[in-house]
Design a protein. Structure first.
Ligand code: NDP
Length: 499
């Protein structure tokens, strides 16, 4: 019998399989003292964990990784049951997640150990070093669309940096969080990773109690989280929504581009923060690309025993997708599907062309299997349009011209750009991930992701007395005369730039 079985229904979170609405699990609805208790336990865990040092933490993390790997089938079944995504997609999510955990465990020491920096000629008597210290307890608040990969992008790096973590999953998908914490308890123990199941109010309370917040979810909720975090100046990394565009140049491999449009837009039923929601294709190849996309979309299976994607995980998202399809069709033309595609929890793929740029379907996150394909005169125009939303998470460029691809990548206002693929970065653990503008700030993954979960501490150790006695009250007029001569010598010699 679990804690949730003993609690009254009002104090429980019950999850349902989006495929058949059958209950999957019951979890405690943590509130008030439960949240405080979870953070208190994690604080004790943090002290133990920090004292382990890099080498022991690496060994513990890799042992935990092997326990997760050993239970991958069971975990995939759980992810699939609560999100509705196909089992294969859940397994892929696990594989990507373990790659990041492995990288974080193996690279934390290299990235975070105290390092010497140059003190400069004038400060020859200072030994200068930079260290990265864990915050203590990191509160990780996760979404439901990738309930393992996404929060683990914060959890793995926060743990490897020496923090304890209290993980508050979405109320739609608490199962993987509890499962992960159970594997941690078996492999390591010491309350270093604590799962805290509950709802939005649980998350809001957690924000007040921890030393750092790693939030992944919608831009609207991120703003609420930030306003609460601001009360204590608690630092936050925010991974929010997106409206990613794919740019297709005239020389692009159109078969490959079409493959990736369909995978990026329809995979996971479009419920991917870095999914492809807009395509800007150069006019000379527009018809060819649309035909190739439609040909592939026609082959998608959305029902039967082996569908390409499942139902919408969050029931209310169906209404958002319907509104965006309606909105897109007001100015655009359906190349595949239409309003009838949004008939139930499983939404059929919809491809709409030539939609007004100021419409909701082009400006706001849809998070469903709808893609808008608009025509542009050049790659430069595509970049301009791609940049014209409040979001800036990911973007993709398809062209055979390396120079053009690099110029477009430089000009795109996004946290991550892929060239000739979509989501090509997801498994590259060394690449930091995060957004700009209203897609968020701060970075997870890679060396920047490890540093995100540390407070920087600088140490300057004086090794001998300075020749110039500047930092004492004993300095002389002669010392200051030398300083007055040094200023123009050191800093006054730069010539004006040539035009
Ligand atoms: P939400 O913003 O609705 O929720 C995210 C998390 O915040 C959930 O755990 C939620 O709990 C919790 N929460 C809700 N209200 C509060 C509050 N006031 N204080 C603290 N926590 C709160 O997002 P979704 O779960 O619907 O996820 C989808 C969104 O996530 C999309 O916009 C998507 O683009 C974005 N996303 C971004 C990613 C990125 O890396 N940039 C990756 C994946 C998704 P509960 O669910 O229990 O209410």
């Amino acid at each position: 019998m679990t804690l949730a079985d003993q609690a009254p229904a009002a104090q429980q979170v019950t999850t349902h399989n989006p495929v058949d609405s059958e209950p999957v699990g019951h979890y405690p609805l943590a509130q008030g003292a439960d949240v405080e208790d979870a953070v208190r336990r994690a604080r004790a865990g943090a002290t133990w964990w920090q004292n382990q040092g890099f080498a022991a933490r690496r060994a513990h993390l890799l042992h935990w990784k092997s326990r997760i790997a050993a239970g991958a089938e069971e975990l995939a079944t759980l992810i699939s049951a609560e999100t509705g995504k196909p089992h294969g997609d859940a397994l892929l999510e696990i594989m990507l997640t373990l790659g990041h955990l492995d990288w974080a465990a193996k690279n934390a020491r290299r990235v975070l150990r105290r390092r010497k920096v140059s003190a400069g000629l004038i400060n020859y008597n200072q030994h200068a070093t930079v260290g990265y210290e864990p915050y203590g307890v990191v509160g990780v608040i996760g979404p439901w669309n990738y309930p393992l990969y996404t929060p683990m992008g914060s959890i793995s790096y926060a743990l490897a940096a020496g923090n304890a973590v209290v993980f508050k999953p979405s109320e739609l998908t608490p199962g993987p969080a509890v499962w992960l914490a159970e594997r941690w308890a078996e492999a390591v123990g010491h309350d270093v990773l604590v799962a805290l199941t509950g709802d939005g109010a649980t998350g809001a309370q957690l924000v007040r109690s921890v030393d750092k917040i790693a939030f992944t979810g919608s831009t609207a909720t991120a703003k609420k989280v930030m306003s609460v975090a601001a009360e204590q100046l608690t630092p936050i990394v925010a991974e929010c929504g997106g409206k990613d565009a794919m740019l297709v140049a005239a020389d692009a491999d159109l078969d490959s581009a079409a493959d990736f449009v369909v995978f990026g837009a329809m995979g996971n039923a479009g419920q991917t923060c870095v999914g492809v929601e807009r395509v800007y294709v150069v006019d000379t190849v527009r018809d060819d690309l649309v035909a190739r996309v439609v040909e592939r979309v026609e082959r998608l299976r959305i029902d039967g025993p082996d569908p390409h994607y499942g139902p919408m995980t969050m029931p209310s998202q169906v209404d958002v997708v319907r509104d965006h399809v309606d909105d897109a069709l007001r100015t655009g033309s359906a190349a595949f599907g239409g309003r009838d595609s949004v008939a139930g929890r499983v939404v059929g793929p919809v491809v709409v062309t030539d939609v007004a740029e100021d419409s909701a379907a082009v400006q706001h996150e849809t998070f469903g299997p709808l893609v808008v394909i608009n025509t542009v005169a050049s790659l430069d125009e595509a970049v301009e349009r791609a940049n014209a939303t409040v979001y800036g998470l990911g973007a993709a460029v398809f062209t055979k011209d390396k120079g053009a691809a690099t110029r477009a990548a430089d000009a795109l206002r996004a946290g991550v750009v892929t060239i000739n693929s979509v989501l090509g970065f997801a498994g590259v653990a060394a690449l930091p991930f995060g957004g700009v503008k209203q897609s968020g700030f701060g970075r997870i993954h890679g060396a920047d992701g490890l540093r995100e979960f540390c407070a920087v501490k600088s140490v300057a150790r004086q090794t001998r007395r300075a020749a110039l006695n500047l930092l004492t009250m004993e300095r002389t007029d002669k010392d200051m005369h030398t300083v007055a001569r040094m200023i123009p010598m050191l800093h006054g010699r730069a010539k004006p730039p040539r035009n």
